[in-house]
Design a binder for this molecule. Structure first.
Ligand code: ADP
Length: 575
């Protein structure tokens, strides 16, 4: 039944009940009124006439002469209602007529009185009977009204108890279902049995839920498809890839990564990388710099990760990418994890090894012939093999300069190959710093003389001995001095300072040369780097080797420079 019909029938029933009760009560009231009126007009009036006739009979000697008595008699004659009353009234009329004739009036009067009392008696009996009837009617009315009232009450009670529930229950169910839909429970369906408006609503609701479910499934299928595509992409990458969520749990990993870790993807996905790192050194190495997950340890000397995988030595360069995103409805970006990509640099490494070996061999092989050239030149210069004219002397001088440069470059290449193969052999011993700088000055004195540059020395007093590799430190200091000489103009002075700096000894070489632009300062210690525009012929290796030598001894090297004002190269070694 439709809600409208339900409400109409409910309210209609209540209205009907009210009407039934009203009609019933009204009917009884009318009936009682009728019965009361009946008593009043039929019996009470007869009693009153009889009473008045009795009074008139006592007051007057001749009532037949007209007057009140005769009026009342006429009224009584017109108000005969009870059985036996007409007989008595007729007798009364006869006796009144006898009264007008001559005779014993007192006896007739007695008879009239008896008739009047008879009239009164008949009517009083009628009043009593009718009163009993009226009482019965009242009892009946009470019974019917109570019975009908009770039935009405019961019907109204049932309607009251059931109707609001039958309307509110489906509304409640619908509200709850809408909540479930909002919570993405699209599988929910409502019962469609009811044939009212709620049934229609439930059917529409079910259609909506079905459509949402269908849409959700298509979306899910699309998301799954995209996920698969990304997984395939990652899996097909030649580089090992490991994805971590913000808690450090491995979210995805490709086959290559699983292979170098000597396990399977399923054995890694969902595991906490930090826990795995307790047992697997390689994982510890991989997650070393992951922010918020592992504490960064000391920086490894080799920036490459060296792994024996797939039957051969392989080298990987690690790249760590922090992933962040702005969640839907928020404005701030939040970190959601990290991706570790290992670039396979084995082929580059192999080429580098070949190059380093080649460099080492060539420089080593060149050193001996160049040295013997220098020796022969010395003999020629000293005219040990015969006199040389001034032109020949000049030629010998330039050959010496070139062979010096060649020897410098081969020496640098040899040093570099040693550094690249990790073969720096430090021979540390306690050395006198004053002696060290004296030797360095001697080593470059000819160069300074040649370029017309002066070297001034400034040293703090009472500096202690220091443990260092004498040859390598000497090499560094000479290199810095030679650079300073080369970049100074003729007649300028290069300053050499030795001082204490905290717990270290600081060596400084200052020149008034062209200086180095701010944008190049961070790069001049890189291999093969030469400042564009100002550089003199050279290999660009000297400062790179200096840095390796100083850092290998636990020291630090740097430069303060201003373009146009000169540079101060310095290094510090811990005491
Ligand atoms: P090179 O063999 O070219 O001198 P270095 O490694 O010794 O190689 O120096 C690298 C570069 O740094 C030089 O090419 C030059 O541009 C710059 N440089 C080095 N020393 C100085 C200096 N004292 N003043 C200005 N520039 C310098």
């Amino acid at each position: 039944m439709k809600i409208k019909a339900k409400l109409t029938s409910g309210i209609g029933t209540l209205l009907l009940l009210i009407i039934v009760l009203a009609v019933l009560s009204g009917a009884y009231v009318l009936k009682l009124k009728e019965e009361t009126n009946n008593i009043l007009s039929a019996n009470y009036n007869s009693l009153d006439y009889a009473r008045r006739m009795l009074l008139s009979l006592d007051d007057s000697n001749d009532v037949t002469a007209g007057g009140r008595f005769m009026e009342d008699l006429a009224l009584q004659q017109g108000n005969v209602t009870e059985t036996g009353e007409s007989e008595i009234t007729r007798r009364l009329t006869d006796h009144v007529r006898q009264l007008s004739r001559p005779g014993d009036k007192e006896t007739v009067k007695q008879l009239i009185r008896r008739d009047l009392l008879g009239v009164m008696q008949v009517n009083m009996n009628a009043i009593q009977r009718k009163s009993r009837l009226a009482n019965a009617t009242v009892d009946n009315a009470i019974l019917w009204i109570i019975t009908t009232g009770t039935i009405c009450f019961l019907i109204a009670f049932v309607l009251l108890a059931r109707m609001p529930g039958s309307i509110s229950r489906p509304v409640r169910e619908l509200t709850e279902s809408i909540r479930q839909i909002a919570a993405r429970n699209y599988k929910l369906r409502l019962g469609t049995g009811s044939r009212d408006e709620f049934g229609d609503l439930a059917r529409s609701f079910n259609t909506m839920a079905e459509k949402l479910d269908e849409y959700d499934n298509t979306q899910l299928a699309q998301v799954m498809y995209e996920k698969k595509r990304i997984e395939t992409l990652i899996n097909n990458m030649n580089d090992p890839v490991i994805g971590l969520d913000e808690e450090g749990t491995i979210a995805f990993v490709n086959g290559k990564a699983a292979a170098i870790l000597n396990t399977t993807e399923s054995a890694l996905i969902g595991k906490n990388a930090q826990n795995l790192a307790l047992d697997v050194d390689l994982i510890r190495l991989l997650i070393r710099d992951v922010p918020g997950i592992a504490n960064p340890g000391t920086k490894p000397s080799d920036p490459f990760i060296h792994i024996f995988a797939e039957g051969r030595e392989q080298y990987f360069e690690k790249e760590l990418i922090g992933i962040s995103m702005t969640p839907t409805g928020e404005s701030e970006r939040r970190p959601i994890g990290n991706v570790i990509i290992l670039r396979n640099v084995t082929s580059f490494k192999e080429l580098e090894f070949a190059k380093t070996n080649f460099m080492a061999t060539i420089s080593h092989e060149l050193k001996t012939p160049i040295s013997s050239i220098k020796l022969s030149l010395q003999l020629l210069e000293k005219e040990a093999t015969g006199t040389v004219n001034s032109e020949q002397q000049q030629l010998i001088g330039s050959i010496r300069e070139d062979s010096d440069r060649l020897l410098k470059i081969t020496g640098e290449l040899l040093n570099l190959s040693q550094i690249e193969t990790g073969n720096i052999q430090l021979v540390k011993k306690s050395s006198d710093p004053y002696e060290l700088i004296g030797e360095a000055m001697n080593a470059v004195s000819k160069e300074a003389e040649h370029y017309g540059v002066f070297i001034s020395k400034e040293t703090e007093d009472d500096l202690p001995h220091i443990a260092l590799d004498n040859d390598k430190t000497q090499w560094v200091l000479s290199n810095l001095l030679v650079n300073a000489i080369h970049y100074s103009a003729e007649g300028q002075t290069v300053g050499l300072r030795l001082l204490r700096s905290g717990h270290a000894l600081r060596f400084e070489v200052t020149d008034k040369g062209p200086g180095i632009g701010e944008q190049f300062v961070s790069r001049i210690f890189d291999r093969y780097f030469q400042v564009p525009g100002i550089s003199k012929p050279g290999s660009g290796l000297g400062l790179a080797i200096c840095r390796e030598f100083i850092e290998a001894q636990g020291g630090r090297i740097g430069v303060d420079s201003r373009p146009g004002e000169g540079s101060t190269f310095y290094f510090e070694l811990e005491l």
